[in-house]
Design a protein around this ligand. Sequence first.
Ligand SMILES: Cc1ncc(COP(=O)(O)O)c(C=O)c1O
Length: 374
Amino acid sequence: MKLWIPGPTEVRAELLAECARPMIGHRSDAMVKLHERIDPHMRSAFGLAESSPSRVAVHTCSATGLMEAALHGVGRRALCIVNGSFSKRWAEIATLLGLEVTLLKKAFGEAASPDEIDRALTEQGPFDALTLISNETSTGVRTPLAGVAAVLRKHPRTLWLVDVVSYLAGMPVDFDTHGIDFAFAGTQKALALPPGLTVLCASQRYLERVRPAVRRSYYLDAVRVIDGHAERKTPATPCIPLYFALARQLEDISDGVTLPEFDRGLRGAAAWRARYAKHERMQRATEAWATKHGLEFVPAPEHRSWTVACIRKGALDVAKFLAAVKQRGHTLSNGYGDLKDLSFRIGHMGDHTEADLARLLEVCDEVLATVALR
Ligand SMILES: Cc1ncc(COP(=O)(O)O)c(C=O)c1O
C-alpha cells in the first residue's frame, strides 16, 4: 500500500532501518556526534547562510507542541491568520496561553494577501507576533512568503512565526532572506520520516525578545530546547531512533541521493533546490491530471501548494473514490475539517518520485473510467 496522504508520508526502507539501530545514551559521545551530523544539513533545510546567527534545534514532540512553544514569551498581542484547520488551531493555542488574539480570517482555501496583512497590522496593531501557516495542509493553500516578508519589514516590532510543517524540505523556506523569526516542522511531512520529532529555527531577534521574558513552560520552552541543542544536551530524553533517521535523511537529501536520476550528482544547496523543483513538477503533474478530468483545485493557481493537492470533488462521491483507489493499492486523503467529503487531497511530498506519482494518477484514471462514483 502506498501512502499518499498529506502526512505521515512514505518512509524509505533505509530510514526505517536507521530507527532499528542499537540504542545509545542521550548523554553519550555518540549522541553528540549525531547532533553534529544533523546541524549543517538542517541549516540548509531552513536556507541559512553559513554565517547566519539564526539557530536550529530538534525537539521530541509533534508539531502542535511547537505551535505552543513558539508563542511563549513573545509578548501580549498576536495577529493570527486563519485560513484553514491548522491556522485555526494555532489561534486557539494562542488564546489558551492568554495572548490577546486578533484573527485575520479568510475562507478555507484562500490566502491572506500582503495588503490585507499590512492593513490588519497597521489598523489593529501594534502586534508582538504574527502567526502564519505557510502551507495549510487542510486546504493545500500556500502563502507566498516573499509578499508577507515585504510587509513585515514595515512592522519591525512584530515577530513573524511561521509553521512550515508541510512546507519544509518541499519548498524553499529562506528563513533569513524572508526575515522569519521562528519556524518549525514535524518530520512526517516532506522530510519523509516517521512522526515524533520537530525541527525548528529561531532568529537572534526572537531569542533576544523571548529569553528574558517569563515563559510558563518547561517542556515547550523554545529557548530551553535551542540552548540544549547547542550544548548537545537535550532537556529531556529524546526519541533517539528518530534522530538516527533524521541525520541519515538530511545527509541523503544534501548528497542528492533522493533526487531523480537526471539530478543525481547535485550536492548541498543545489540538491535542496532540486528537491523543491521536483515537488513543483509533481504539483504541475497533479494539476494537469485534475484539469484533464474537469476537476478544480480548492486554492487559486498562485496559492497552490507544491506538496499537497486539494481538489474539489466535482460530481464524485469522495468516499467511493478513495475506497476504489485504496483497493488498487494507494491511500489518498479525504478533505479536512470544513472541506471533508467536499474535496480530496493527494500528499505528493517527501521521497515520492515522479514515476510513483504517474502510476498513482494512472490508477486514478482507471478508477474514474471504470467505477461508478456518483
Ligand atoms: C500545517 C500543519 N501544522 C501543524 C500540524 C500538526 O502537526 P502534528 O499533528 O504533528 O502535531 C499539521 C499536521 O498535519 C499541519 O499539517
